[in-house]
Design a protein around this ligand. Structure first.
Ligand SMILES: NC(=O)c1ccc[n+]([C@@H]2O[C@H](COP(=O)([O-])OP(=O)(O)OC[C@H]3O[C@@H](n4cnc5c(N)ncnc54)[C@H](OP(=O)(O)O)[C@@H]3O)[C@@H](O)[C@H]2O)c1
Length: 254
């Protein structure tokens, strides 16, 4: 295999990344742009961290209409999709599992599980038509050790992992790879709030999250983006159906 320079590795590739307005998603978008891809990204609200070289589509992907709007805009802009990253996710902790109400369970399934299922259903046909494509679903380290305050989030991410494994088996003969990436504790606008609330609910020190990481620091969005940059490239052409932990060693038992 001839390996192209990193700056040209994704040249000619058309990518869709959900939740690219900030945090991990914005880093993934930037990593793909740096490697030469054309990128469509989405969120409900753009921020100053949203890479401006990507086409931004305002859409709430927790709804069927939002997914449809993003899929239509992506196909119209790109003509087809080579890389799809289901990154948008949301999980605010509750004081205890007993306080997670029915609406919160449904909302978590909508954004952390069904958004990916629906967007894949809309965009995979274009990958099947060209006989190639890569899908990356963003799960979480939390599925290794689900915690009560975030059980709605952990359970939805577990569903996403099971779905990703099955989808990979089904789509492999059609030339499409599907991988799950499970980040550990990564600094981002959303997760910084979550960690603060978790320390309150569980009575922990703020530093507890750094201490738990064998590599001695919480991750940065670029740590996740770099792993995904590899997984969507042809260097990873024999990798499918896998779940990659990117967590600084925090889950050494798996
Ligand atoms: N950071 C971590 O420690 C960590 C750990 C494990 C897993 N993860 C996973 O990694 C992914 C990215 O996390 P992050 O830390 O970067 O989160 P973040 O800072 O909260 O960013 C989340 C992104 O998703 C978008 N989003 C959320 N709800 C949406 C909706 N209903 N429709 C459209 N877009 C929506 C947000 O934009 P809008 O709010 O404007 O829509 C934003 O662009 C998530 O799937 C998360 O579960 C993160």
């Amino acid at each position: 295999m001839t390996i192209p320079a990193l700056s040209a590795e994704l040249e000619g590739k058309r990518a869709v990344v959900t939740g690219g307005s900030r945090g991990i998603g914005a880093a993934i978008v930037q990593r793909f742009l740096d490697a030469g891809a054309t990128v469509v990204t989405s969120a409900r609200t753009p921020t100053e961290h949203t890479p401006s070289a990507a086409k931004f589509v305002r859409a709430d992907v927790s709804t069927r209409d939002g997914v449809r709007a993003l899929a239509d805009a992506a196909l119209e802009t790109l003509g087809g999709v080579d890389i799809l990253v289901n990154n948008a996710g949301d999980g605010r902790p509750f004081p205890s599992v007993l306080e997670i109400g029915d609406d919160a369970w449904q909302a978590s399934l909508d954004i952390n599980f069904l958004a990916a299922v629906r967007l894949n259903a809309a965009l995979v046909p274009s990958m099947v038509a060209q006989g190639a494509g890569v899908i990356v679903n963003l799960s979480s380290m939390i599925t290794n050790a689900p915690m009560g305050p975030l059980l709605h989030y952990a359970a939805a991410k577990s569903a996403l992992e099971t779905y990703g494994k099955g989808l990979a088996n089904d789509l492999a003969p059609r030339g499409i790879r599907v991988v799950t990436v499970a980040p550990g504790n990564v600094a981002s606008p959303g997760s910084d709030v979550v960690r603060r609330e978790m320390t309150e609910h569980l009575g922990l020190e703020e530093s507890a999250f750094d201490v738990a990481v064998p590599l001695g620091r919480v991750g940065q969005p670029a740590d996740i983006a770099e792993a995904i940059g590899f997984l969507v490239s042809d260097r990873a052409s024999w990798i499918t159906g896998t779940r990659l932990m990117v967590d600084g060693g925090e889950s050494p038992h798996l």
